[in-house]
Design a protein around this ligand. Sequence first.
Ligand SMILES: Cc1cc2nc3c(=O)[nH]c(=O)nc-3n(C[C@H](O)[C@H](O)[C@H](O)COP(=O)(O)OP(=O)(O)OC[C@H]3O[C@@H](n4cnc5c(N)ncnc54)[C@H](O)[C@@H]3O)c2cc1C
Length: 280
Amino acid sequence: MCRQFFDEPLSLHTSFRIGGPARLFLVPESVEQLLCALKSFPGARLLGKGTNVLAPDEGVDVVISTLGLNKFRFDENLVMSEAGVLLSKLCVESAERGLSGLELLYGIPGTIGGAIFMNAGAYGAQMADVVEWVECFDGERVRVLQRNQLEFSYRDSVFKKRKWLVLRACLRLTKSDPEAVRSKMEEIMKRRLETQPLDVPSAGSFFKRPRDNFYVGKAIEQLGLKGFRIGDAQISTKHAGFIVNLGSATARDVISLAQTVKGLVEKHFNVALEPEVDIW
Ligand SMILES: Cc1cc2nc3c(=O)[nH]c(=O)nc-3n(C[C@H](O)[C@H](O)[C@H](O)COP(=O)(O)OP(=O)(O)OC[C@H]3O[C@@H](n4cnc5c(N)ncnc54)[C@H](O)[C@@H]3O)c2cc1C
């Protein structure tokens, strides 16, 4: 049986600290329990670490957390991981074994499932570089997809396109020097701390990069919008690509702020922004 919670505030489960209650919030502790929950509640939403979601103020019906699916196993340079394992945990474990491939992704605060869903990436690396196969649920049955079937592109995957759910994945890493991997991770974390507002709730970069060589944060900054706010939702004063929650921002505040910024960027740069954050 999954653990069950009623009227569970989603603000407790999202890095934005925003979101009304989930009428039913389920926490399975195995892939089998997850499949059982998905079959019982076909319209349920899957939540990983909640670092790329804007949940509605009025809440949602059923949410299933993957955080109880936290087993992983290394076999030489391969790692088999359940969907709810934190990407940062696998980065650290890989570094300890002298395995390279995840170090540039260190600091992305979500789960393996969430990272594969949106092909998370940073500093020139992306999940697509390392994923070997994925076991997923397509709403009817479990499938295993090989890397050439994953349809990865910038912040996109077959899972996002078809609403398929990641259950387990295998990542292929390469043998390297543990010290070199560790020092790259430290360098990346330092860069994040210097440039990102990590001490304030957010969901990371709010918008996708619309094309190569167009930097959303820079464009928003050029429009003088750093610090601009609606309610408690603010364009970060540290990194204009981030929308932050100053304390009691609502999903509505964030959406109106995002729409205002989108409108201004379109008017001044003739570029249409799309959210990277998943708006439920
Ligand atoms: C401070 C900060 C920095 C960030 N930096 C980066 C960055 O550098 N690069 C980057 O790409 N992202 C970044 N992000 C965004 C986010 O961390 C990533 O997108 C992460 O991969 C989301 O994982 P999650 O487990 O939190 O997903 P969630 O937020 O829980 O879910 C996001 C979406 O994925 C779906 N989902 C979750 N698990 C599964 C699953 N198992 N199967 C199918 N769908 C699933 C959910 O339904 C939801 O629609 C950052 C966020 C923050 C807060």
